[in-house]
Write a protein that binds this ligand. Structure first.
Ligand code: MIC
Ligand code: SF4
Length: 758
């Protein structure tokens, strides 16, 4: 199958051809009208008559496409290679965006990346070619923007190995972030399994005005739902307010839905989406979608009476929404920009801004840049410049070329902006910042995440997330206590300048300029080509299958980590400097749990006690010691463990080092699935208080693992140093199939077996 730079209209028509029948069948089976997400899911069911109880049934789907970014694609492709197939079973693309480090400016940084990552880029290009996938070169853009511009379409279902894949919801598609092993299921021709989600409706009324932007909608939703409020749910936006937003504005909202743990987020098909499709040279898809538009939004009865059909409905009046900013350290800590100064002062956060960053997959559309540039132009006219470093990361080469042609980049540069490569850069710690670490400093970004160390690896950096236009205003002020709606800036002549509200242009009036093409098609027959991996490489390592479960209960497990508070994937397997080892399991295991805050007193972050020697060591060193001594171990987490990224390294590293059981108060969806996929048992405390009862030198064990069954809790035995054993119950979410994965050592082992039997 040739994968091109676009989704072909035939694929789209094929998806639309089954809508009537599939949607009708689910509607009559449930005996009620359907929400948009239910329709798209119904149209992608592996078996049309599957049980679909919300929040309960595990269901198999057939997604239309797979997209992978370079930091996760390496491990996914390495797993795919072990399956022994000749071709990816569904259209798949690889995108090079995460490995480019920001230091000077776009061209210099890109040349450096091309050299320093040559081995990985060559591997990804040749493996994509070998297995019939499309390849997007470094510099072509950030995966989600490229997918929005070229691949996703209304009514599509696609999966991507990155948690911000839901960006595609801005084009009425169900786009879900998954771990690499999930992608490998689909690429090897198996269905993709996920729990049929609950449905949260967000009813948008009114219209945005003044400084309020689409970003403020999701900052508000994150404040309401918190970082785990969307877990297990699809968030659907509807109402007249939804229709007033551009497609790229909708994509921003869906993108950052990852921060509330939602399975995905989606808007119904409307005129704004048709306009975006036309503007990105896909009028044929717009026409096809318009012809089935009634299937690409919720049924009228649902829209008229949402309370009866969604599990929860949130009301937001866009007309009253004020510009918000959130952080530091968690994406759900929001307040109005006007209150930031007071809060910063009360908390001792530096008021001076040390850097302002615009862009990322979340907020770098044409409209975003025009709004930020409209502020920059006012500033230039008044003789003002940014009072802090101002960095711009365009989301794609197409956006970059278009904003360059239309003079918008020049507007930004005129106030002192530096344009970085079309890549993730400082959003994922790929930022070589010329400043000493360890000194408290505040940065403002239009990104989506703000966990400690996320941007520059410095725990002392406090990151605040807001809209691009607000970032621009704060950059001009250089301070956090500036409210652009009321305050003024002073120029060199001593004049007081009040910024007018930003004005944006939804789509480029002259059309998009595609810029330099970054797409490389697979060359066709590739069955004889070898994909070389140097056995001495420190960047890539072929995978060996994990051992099968030996059939016995786990006994006497030492606690490697009991983590307190946030235990995101950034705490488990840090990105930034470690991104370079994403294709080398052994080397990347050197970062395992480095960010974990030890719940037992007296340790620095990332340190704990080696139970074999009593020594205080870094967690990855202890994990290695246990591994070498053949001692399996357990890890204990708090709420929403594994929040954040889709990176399956956070599950493969513990598995590789001999972790067998992970207990937490609760898990984020992708991380929990990743653990199960790799053959680890994730379980949650039935009684949350049991978390507190576990002490440092305790040993843990399971009973009845051989009878592991869906819905049946596990019994965990705790043996403290004094021998006074006690037990507690832990719940798990294993389905029958997933129990098979566990027994075989991993989901991939099951696939390999099934592929061999085909
Ligand atoms: C992120 O935003 O954290 C990342 C980097 O894009 C991750 C993927 C990864 O860790 O490679 C994500 O969001 O899934
Ligand atoms: Fe890249 Fe940041 Fe988007 Fe993740 S959130 S895909 S790191 S730009």
């Amino acid at each position: 199958m040739a994968v091109g730079p676009r989704t072909p209209i035939e694929l789209v028509e094929g998806v639309y051809a089954t809508l009537d029948e599939r949607v009708g069948a689910l509607r009559s089976r449930l005996g009620r009208p359907l929400t948009l997400a239910e329709k798209i899911l119904a149209n992608h069911l592996d078996h049309p008559d599957t049980e679909t109880e919300r929040g309960v049934s595990y269901v198999d789907f057939r997604p239309d496409r797979v997209a992978m970014q370079d930091a996760t694609a390496q491990m996914a492709w390495l797993q795919f290679m072990t399956a022994g197939l000749d071709e990816a079973a569904v259209p798949t693309t690889t995108h090079c965006d995460h490995l480019i480090q920001a230091k000077k400016e776009a061209n210099t940084d890109l040349s450096v990346a091309l050299q320093s990552n040559v081995e990985v880029y060559e591997f990804l290009e040749s493996v994509s070619d070998r297995y019939g996938a499309g390849f997007w070169k470094p510099g072509s853009g950030i995966i989600h923007q490229v997918v929005l511009e070229n691949y996703t379409f209304p009514g599509a279902m696609l999966i991507g190995t990155d948690s911000h894949t839901p960006n595609g919801g801005g084009l009425a598609s169900i786009a879900i972030g998954v771990g690499g092993a999930d992608a490998v299921d689909v690429m090897t021709g198996f269905p993709w399994n996920v729990r049929w989600p609950k449905m949260i409706g967000v009813h948008l009324t009114g219209e945005l005005s003044g400084w309020a932007a689409p970003k403020d909608v999701i900052l508000k939703v994150a404040e309401i739902l918190t970082v785990k409020g969307g877990t297990g749910a699809i968030v659907e936006y509807f109402g007249e307010g939804a229709n007033s937003l551009s497609a790229t504005g909708k994509a921003t909202i869906c993108n950052m839905g990852a921060e509330i743990g939602a399975t995905t987020s989606v808007f119904g098909y409307d005129d704004a989406m048709a306009r975006y499709l036309e503007s990105t040279d896909r009028s044929d898809i717009a026409a096809a979608a318009s012809a089935v538009a009634h299937h690409l939004r919720s049924d009228d009865e649902v829209l008229a009476d949402p309370g009866s059909y969604y599990d929860r409905v949130i009301e937001i009046d866009l007309s009253t929404l004020k510009p918000l900013i959130n952080g530091p350290h968690t994406p759900d800590l929001a307040r109005e920009v006007s209150q930031l100064g007071d809060e910063a002062e009360a908390n001792g956060w530096p008021l001076e801004i040390s850097a302002a960053l615009i862009g990322s997959c979340t907020n770098s559309s044409y409209e975003d840049i025009t709004r930020a540039a409209s502020i920059a132009r006012q500033a230039s006219a008044a003789g003002l410049k940014a009072k802090t470093d101002l960095l711009i990361t365009p989301g794609s080469e197409q956006v970059r070329a278009t904003i360059a042609r239309d003079g918008l980049l020049a507007d930004l540069e005129a106030v002192g902006a530096t344009v970085l490569a079309n890549a993730c850069g400082p959003c994922i710690g790929q930022w070589d910042r010329e400043r000493d670490q360890g000194e408290a400093n505040s940065i403002v970004t239009s990104y989506n995440r703000n966990f400690p160390k996320r941007n520059d690896g410095d725990p002392a950096t406090l990151a605040f997330v807001t809209s691009p236009e607000t970032v621009m205003a704060l950059a001009l002020a250089g301070r956090m206590d500036f409210d652009p709606t009321t305050d003024t800036l002073t120029n060199d002549q001593g004049e007081e300048i009040r910024l007018e509200v930003p004005s944006g242009v939804e789509l480029p009036p002259k059309g998009f300029d595609p810029g330099e093409s970054g797409f490389v098609a697979s060359s066709g027959d590739s069955s004889n080509k070898a994909v070389a991996v140097d056995p001495n490489s420190d960047r890539l390592q072929l995978l060996k299958p994990f051992p099968e479960w030996d059939g016995n209960d786990f006994t006497d497990l030492p606690i490697l980590v009991k983590a307190q508070g946030k235990f995101t994937t950034d705490h488990i397997s840090m990105a930034g400097p470690w991104l370079k080892y994403r294709g080398h399991l052994e080397n990347i295991s050197g970062n395992l749990y480095l960010g974990a805050v030890n719940a037992f007193d007296g340790y620095e972050v990332g340190f704990g006690k080696n139970q074999l020697t009593g020594e205080v060591e870094r967690f990855p060193a202890i994990a290695k010691a246990y591994h070498e001594a053949n001692v399996p171990w357990v890890v204990i987490g708090d709420e929403n463990m594994g929040e954040g990224s889709s990176r399956e390294h956070a599950a493969m590293e513990p598995r590789f080092r001999g972790g067998v059981l992970i207990l937490a108060r609760s898990f984020a969806r992708i991380h929990e699935t990743n653990l199960k996929k790799q053959g680890i048992v994730p379980a949650t405390f039935a009684d949350r208080a049991d978390y507190d009862r576990i002490n440092e030198d305790d040993r843990l064990g399971t009973s009845g693992l051989a009878d592991l069954a869906p819905g049946q809790p596990l019994t965990i035995t705790v043996t403290p140093a004094n021998g006074d054993q006690w037990t507690f119950e832990a719940n798990h979410t294993f389905s029958e199939d997933q129990i098979e994965w566990f027994k075989a050592g991993s989901a991939l082992a099951v696939i390999r077996r099934n592929t061999e039997n085909q």
